[in-house]
Design a protein around this ligand. Sequence first.
Ligand SMILES: [Zn+2]
Length: 298
Amino acid sequence: MKLIVDTKQRYAKMRAHTAAHLLHAELVKIFPTTKQAGSFVDEDYLRFDFAADRALSVEELAQVQKNVNDLIYAALPVETTETSFDDAVKNGAKAFFEDKYGDVVRMVKVDQDISTELCGGTHAHNTKDIWCFVILSQEAVASGIKRISAVVGPKVYEQIVERDQLLENIAAKLGVWSKQVSDKIEKMLKEYETMKSSVESMETKLIADLLTRLESKSSEDIQKIVTIPSDVNFRKAVDQYKMLYPGYTILLATKEGNFALLGSITSSAKTIAAKLGLKWWGSDQLVQWRDSKVLELL
Ligand SMILES: [Zn+2]
């Protein structure tokens, strides 16, 4: 029987697997007590799960990526030896999960002391064969378990092309060259902030103007009872009315039954709401809720 091995596929998995060992070695520098919690190696793609009580910062991720690439460009030999389990552990090999290891184990070593793991997988013979390593993402997969996904070899090139295309698309939408995208977005955000605050101040003025023109009623417990149009920013209307009539007990409500009841120094809003049999939530100064019963008061 002849065993046919897809060489291209096999090299792609070797690159990813050795890169996973390098990534692991770098993660241990940041989380000395971390444990591998699983990994998945495919053609030029890898996912590595590890125990960590926090996520890596953007800077740490960039540093890990750089360090792994430095190890690749250092062209370090990767050696696989068979030895006894005890000797492997004496050599500082990382043994994973609650894996059962036989008497003879396979030890994969990158250079002298970069990485030593017990591992049955096939590996690149030299780190330079990985070509390049790019992190795609970091995510939380379970409580205390983080996952880093990355690509190596030709998939890095695909990644560059894809990101380039994305950037070009954004630039085209913004009508600038890709190098100007960041400046353009910053400028647009500033314009947006200016517009937002001018719309807000216009809205505040309009509401203030509207409130002075709205007719109010009063009752035994409340000095100002006002129906607010439903399309008015209710929160702003409450703030504005409070400023217009400081110290008054005020009830603002919409025809849908949304209401805000403002108390004064002498009258608690909670007490008035309870007396009127309204459902409410809030404090002595302000209670609010939605209760159709409030419509009887308008
Ligand atoms: Zn391995």
